[in-house]
Design a protein around this ligand. Structure first.
Ligand SMILES: Nc1nc2c(ncn2[C@@H]2O[C@H](COP(=O)(O)OP(=O)(O)OP(=O)(O)O)[C@@H](O)[C@H]2O)c(=O)[nH]1
Length: 200
């Protein structure tokens, strides 16, 4: 780890298929957007760094598949995760209704009880919102989550979402201070990749 990198954080993105999880990650990491993004199979993974108050924080962002049939190794996605981003699509009531399911999965598999959770209502650039901002906010408050509306397409809210999440994690020292030497990302990925791809 670089000398001025204070920690490596594992961030997970979960939510229904098609809500824009991969798009949010790619907008944040590469500042790109693809109108025809392919569905994620298993898990996709990016590493980036962020500057927080003059300190470098390395982020390992795990973008998980929304489709059940592509979620082969659910427990290992969550292992050691310090931040969890739960995404719904503001134009899809179903994606909002399924949030309870995602929270139940987080509760079951997350190994850090004080992991910071953030709710993102994505695709606010689209017309015909069926989930209001107030509903999103209410859900987030009820479940002690940070909340932001965003658009991976227009960039709205994306940087702010990641910054707020990372700041909150860093304000919870028990979550990351034992992690100063970082976990062995390469070894963990090699283990996951050995069996995370669908052979059908
Ligand atoms: N208009 C608009 N479209 C978006 C936005 N974010 C994602 N999309 C589109 O929505 C579709 C699905 O996006 P993905 O990022 O693949 O969704 P996902 O949640 O990763 O889907 P899975 O990999 O199946 O879990 C793609 O066609 C994207 O271009 C957004 O903010 N606005």
């Amino acid at each position: 780890m670089d000398e001025d990198t204070i920690t490596t954080l594992k961030i997970l993105i979960v939510g229904e298929s098609g809500v824009g999880k991969s798009s949010l990650m790619l907008r944040f990491v590469d500042d790109t957007f693809d109108e025809e993004m392919a569905a994620t199979i298993g898990v996709d993974f990016r590493v980036t760094t962020m500057n927080v108050d003059g300190n470098h924080v390395k982020l390992a962002i795990w973008d998980t598949a929304g489709q059940e049939r592509f979620r082969t190794l659910t427990p290992s996605y969550y292992r050691g995760g310090q931040g969890i981003i739960c995404v719904y699509d503001v134009t899809s009531r179903t994606s909002f209704d399924r949030l309870e399911h995602w929270l139940a999965e987080i509760d079951t598999y997350c190994t850090k009880s004080d992991a910071v959770k953030m709710l993102i209502g994505n695709k606010i650039d689209k017309p015909n919102h069926v989930v209001t901002r107030e509903e999103g906010l209410h859900f987030a408050r009820k479940h002690r989550m940070l909340f932001i509306e965003a658009s991976a397409k227009t960039r709205d809210g994306v940087q702010d979402a990641f910054e707020e999440l990372i700041e909150k994690i860093l304000q919870t020292p028990g979550l990351w201070e034992n992690n100063r030497t970082g976990f062995n990302l390469r070894r963990q990925m090699d283990n996951e990749q050995a069996s995370s791809y669908c052979s059908c």
